[in-house]
Design a protein around this ligand. Structure first.
Ligand code: NAD
Length: 356
């Protein structure tokens, strides 16, 4: 099983190192090959997603990704910015389905920004469409150097777009995921204002007729944002578009205690996947050895389960994460009084030790 390891920028290198350490002690037949991506690749090769990195990812059974980006690249032309690497990987690999489980570990209910009674036992699965919507809409074309922004002009635009097949396939993913859980799907849209999301709502409803065992409800995104912090336990599977999913899943992350706890999987139709923490490169804490590596370690577990057919090894990692939290080990983002504060590396070492 071939894994492309793309640590990227900022804390990406620190957290991916810990996940790799965990994968290595499992004694599985894994070949790990590392390549540059994002700002690191731009510095070395002049492009955030060099052909060699893209080829490595496309040829691998799975990709383990850290994070890309740094504020120092904000003045570059958009196609050269580090974040374009992740968009390029998603598009080229056809990674249309993004799974973001938001689980509040019982040991971390105090770290959540909500009252413990609101998040205790929380287990939401946000399914975000990943290759359509406003992030991949117009404008296109040689005249426009940077998305919708004509240098010197006073106006900028992006277009929101979804096609029926794009909505159908993500809806099927959501209904099938719900069949394995509590058989409830909430589809989040903005159909009251946007034609794109009226189509979304209509198509999700149609697909839902094929899953009579799954209850479907629809919610406008503004209400969903409110409900997520008011009564998050109401949700089970949430399916939504690219931009709304981006925003709602970060909000859901804080319910779990820290964005440093939230793994993600992005899959294509062949179950080939890219696995990454839901957070970014966190330049504010990069190099300090304090980033939480657990989201990345849990992403590696998702990789073993979804793309490499190693459910048992995945469950071992998840149990080891549970064990280190029960031991009271905490990186600063999830620290609370009475716990033991540890560094990124110490947290990775503890997970390795808990694996036995
Ligand atoms: P961010 O997720 O990097 O950081 C937001 C906040 O969360 C920061 O205070 C950071 O210190 C904290 N944080 C994030 N991950 C953490 C962890 N593992 N442990 C402890 N604390 C953690 O978001 P941002 O600051 O908005 O963006 C920083 C850069 O990351 C930008 O260049 C942005 O474009 C990029 N980004 C990349 C990805 C990706 O690679 N997929 C995703 C989001 C943002």
């Amino acid at each position: 099983m071939k894994i492309a390891v793309l640590p990227g920028d900022g804390i990406g290198t620190e957290i991916v190192a810990e996940a790799v350490k965990v994968l290595k002690v499992l004694n599985l037949d894994l070949t790990l090959e590392t390549a540059l991506v994002g700002g690191a690749a731009f510095e070395a090769h002049g492009h955030p997603l060099p052909d060699s990195t893209l080829k490595l990812a496309m040829d691998a059974d799975a990709v383990l990704f850290g994070a890309v980006g740094d504020w120092k690249y904000d003045t570059l032309d958009r196609p050269l910015r580090p974040e374009q690497a992740i968009l390029g990987l998603r598009k080229n690999m056809g990674l249309f389905a993004n799974f973001r489980p938001a689980i509040c570990y019982k040991q971390l209910t105090d770290a959540s920004s909500l009252k413990p009674e609101l998040v205790s036992g929380l287990d939401i699965l946000i399914i975000r469409e990943l290759t359509g919507d406003i992030y991949f809409g117009q404008p296109r074309g040689r005249r426009i150097a940077t998305d919708g922004h004509f240098p010197g002009s006073e106006e900028a635009f992006d277009t929101m777009r979804y096609s029926r097949p794009e909505i159908e396939r993500i809806a099927h993913v959501a209904f099938q995921a719900a069949q394995k859980r509590s058989k409830r799907v909430t589809s989040v849209d903005k159909a009251n204002v946007l034609e794109t999301f009226q189509l979304w709502k209509d198509v999700v409803s149609e697909v839902g007729l094929q899953y009579p065992d799954v209850a479907l409800d629809h919610m406008y995104v503004d209400n969903a944002a409110m409900q997520l912090v008011k009564a998050p336990m109401k949700f089970d599977v949430v399916v939504t578009g690219n931009m709304f999913g981006d925003i709602l899943s970060d909000a859901a992350a804080m319910l779990t205690g820290s964005i440093g706890m939230l793994p993600s999987a992005s899959l294509n139709a062949k179950n080939q996947g890219l696995y990454e923490p839901s957070h970014g490169s966190a330049p504010d804490i990069a190099g300090k050895g304090i980033a939480n590596p657990l989201a990345t370690i849990l992403s590696a577990a998702m990789m073993l389960r979804f793309s490499l057919d190693q459910a048992e090894a995945a469950a071992r990692i998840e149990a080891a994460v549970d064990a280190v939290l029960s031991q009271g080990l905490r990186t600063p983002d999830i620290y609370s009084a009475g716990m033991t504060q540890v560094s990124t590396r110490e947290m990775g070492d503890a997970v390795v030790k808990a694996l036995g």
